[in-house]
Design a protein. Structure first.
Length: 481
């Protein structure tokens, strides 16, 4: 394998560096350089082992995605462990492939997906120069890169056979089923109380929204497993039991956003089948523009300002739903508070935005006091709770346009692939992938979970699957004709 050249080159470089460190240690009389040299040399066998095990690490990443936890080594540094360290290692391995065996990427890099990704990353790089928090913006760009390279670039390299698609579903759904079962068991000790759900999710999820979002977004994959498991087999019965448990888990997660995402997913599947996803997206965007324009005209949005003392957190789920309908729920009231601030921020810096990762440090002066709630001090340091608005705030209107164009392309391409495939297996994958992307879009209309490891990981994995399906369609057409 040509990747062995990487090992040999690294070994040679390590020997040169070892002697360089040794000379430096003697010249400066600082023998810490010798220790550094020995640590560098010890990394040689690890690199050799890692190169040979890159594909295994890829599958390990998918298994650990539903199980990862948030760590905060310092007050300013957050880490999704162990997913992010594995992503970084896979990124290094991908550069090794690019240097010493670039042929594996020839078909992968032909996809138009890369045009959208590279232009978007280029624009993010530009906004960093105008950022109010440049170091945080650089960290944002680096995180984007180490998610995109392993999940978009490497996925088509390691996922080639139909068994590999099934392996993706199992690697994600089985660990998620474990988290659902342990959550339901722990929740049962509290009588499935609404307020108690947050006590049952640690260490796998921060809150019930993240948990329910991951659960609902894996249902299209669970449907694929169910669809392609032989009927009347023992495995089919186990899959049915797993789906039933997932249904209970979704219900007792008490997440309105996840329930809505499920409805949107079912609707999206129907729209893809009917080949009208593009028209629906345009209609939805026009409706949103009309709503924003109407609310902005003569400050009509002020009519929807909540009553400060009436926006409370409800411990009973029925009261929670009633408060949602009457716009007196604290979470939605606080969303309006931040959305108003966010739109005013876009108006302040419409071109380059405030810079990636800058919302929290900048939004307070743009809030409107009449929308303020008793949680507006934002102790969790959370953002605007709308990923599309967040993108416009931090990357300008052009950043939002690039994001929307990318998402539209992915959905339209899912529809195109679904209708062009003759292979029923690949056709079903295209449908499930389009459904998943629609659900993620819905969830991120009231959250910003693309920047989390779980939903963000699923999103970029879906992009990688689009590329695989494009390659498979070319192969099918060449074989057919």
């Amino acid at each position: 394998m040509q990747l062995n050249k990487l090992y040999k080159s690294y070994t040679l470089a390590s020997c040169i560096i070892f002697f360089g460190f040794g000379i430096t240690a003697l010249c400066q009389q600082n023998f810490a350089w010798i220790l550094a040299a020995f640590l560098w040399v010890l990394s040689i066998p690890f690199l050799n082992w890692f190169i040979k095990k890159t594909e295994d690490f890829f599958w390990l990443l998918l298994i650990l995605l539903p199980l990862s936890t948030e760590l905060n080594p310092t007050a300013s540094l957050g880490l999704d462990f162990p997913v992010e360290p594995i992503l970084c290692l896979l990124t290094v391995a991908a550069f090794g492939y690019l240097l010493f065996k670039p042929t594996v990427f020839f078909e992968v890099l032909k996809s138009k997906v890369w045009i959208f990704i590279l232009v978007w990353l280029l624009w993010i790089s530009v906004t960093i120069f105008f950022s109010t928090q440049q170091w945080l913006s650089v960290k944002f760009l680096l995180a984007k890169i180490w998610y995109i390279i392993p999940l978009v670039l490497l996925t088509p390299v390691f996922v080639k056979e139909s068994t590999h698609f099934k392996k993706i579903g199992l690697c994600l759904c089985i660990p998620m089923l474990f988290t659902i079962i342990q959550t339901l068991i722990r929740h049962s000790f509290y009588g499935f109380d609404f307020i108690a759900i947050k006590k049952t999710l640690h260490p796998f999820f921060r809150n019930h929204v993240n948990y329910a979002s991951m659960l609902v977004c894996l249902l299209p994959l669970a449907w694929l497993i169910h669809k392609f498991t032989p009927a009347h087999s023992r495995n089919r019965k186990l899959v049915n039991i797993g789906l039933l448990i997932a249904g209970f888990g979704l219900f007792f997660a008490y997440s309105r956003g996840a329930w809505l995402a499920l409805i949107v997913g079912l609707l999206a599947a129907w729209l893809i089948r009917k080949k009208i996803i593009f028209k629906t997206i345009i209609a939805a965007m026009v409706l949103i523009v009309i709503c924003i324009t109407t609310l902005s005209y003569q400050n009509n949005y002020l009519r929807f300002a909540p009553e400060h003392d009436q926006t409370i957190f409800h411990t009973d789920f029925r009261d929670h739903i009633n408060a949602t309908v009457t716009l007196k729920d604290i979470s939605n009231a606080e969303r309006f508070h931040r959305w108003v601030a966010g739109i005013r921020m876009v108006a302040e810096k419409p071109f380059t935005g405030f810079g990636p990762n800058s919302f929290y440090s900048q939004y307070q002066p743009y809030t409107v006091s009449s929308f303020k709630t008793w949680v507006s001090n934002n102790p969790e340091h959370s953002t605007v709770h709308n990923y599309f608005l967040l993108t416009a705030i931090e990357q300008g209107i052009l950043g939002l346009i690039l994001l929307l164009a990318f998402w539209m392309y992915l959905l339209i391409q899912s529809q195109t692939l679904y209708h062009q495939f003759k292979n029923k297996f690949h056709q079903a994958i295209a449908l499930a992938n389009g459904t998943l992307l629609s659900m993620i879009a819905c969830i991120n209309f009231t959250s910003d979970l693309i920047e989390t490891d779980k939903i963000g990981g699923l999103f970029w994995l879906s992009v990688g699957i689009i590329i695989i399906l494009e390659i498979k369609l070319k192969q099918e057409q060449q074989h057919f004709y």
